[in-house]
Design a protein. Structure first.
Length: 181
């Protein structure tokens, strides 16, 4: 039989010292490195919409640098699969490895943040357009994870003023509009 996993060993050590530990779950989306995606399994570069990361205004790279790759837009079926995968990851972390909870990384221009932003989400279906629709992915992920491990064990990381990886300030109306709607 196998012993405890490295995650379980870390969790046990943290608990033995009287503290808590949450695991942050992240899907990178268009910020991923396509070369690594191919090397690790032939995975495509995906995002809410086929909008590449912007080039950096202060980029010192030569003008011969390749343009950023254009990601493939996720299908609704793939979005639903991501929601299920987040729930499974939450179960593995909390019920399997013993983490006290999980946190959705919905900041820094990663996939959940990409869905919420107008400059990376040009969808015209139920995951794009209105503020409510752009927030749908994050809310579905949070709901699936809460059903899997309990709402008290699920957190969401937001960085409302950060403009990292081409994303605009989240609080330019997204969540205030959600609560006022």
């Amino acid at each position: 039989m196998f012993g405890p996993s490295p995650f379980e060993q870390i969790v046990d050590a943290v608990h033995k010292n009287g503290s808590f530990i949450y695991l942050q779950l992240v899907a990178i989306g268009r910020a991923a490195n396509p070369k690594i995606l191919q090397e690790k399994g032939g995975y495509p570069l995906v995002a809410p919409s086929p909008i590449p990361l912007p080039t950096k205004a202060d980029d010192k790279a030569s003008s011969t640098s390749a343009p950023p790759p254009i990601p493939r837009a996720l299908t609704v079926e793939e979005i639903e699969e991501y929601v299920r995968l987040y729930a499974t990851a939450a179960e593995n972390a909390v019920l399997g490895a013993g983490f006290d909870g999980v946190e959705i990384h919905a900041a820094n221009g990663y996939l959940p943040d990409q869905f919420m932003q107008t400059n990376s989400n040009s969808r015209t279906d139920e995951y794009g357009g209105s503020v409510r629709n752009r927030a749908r992915f994050v809310l579905e992920v949070a709901g699936a994870m809460a059903r899997a491990v309990g709402a008290e064990k699920v957190g969401i990381r937001l960085s409302p003023w950060l403009t990292y990886q081409g994303e605009s300030s989240l609080l330019s109306g997204l969540f205030s509009a959600l609560w006022l709607d």
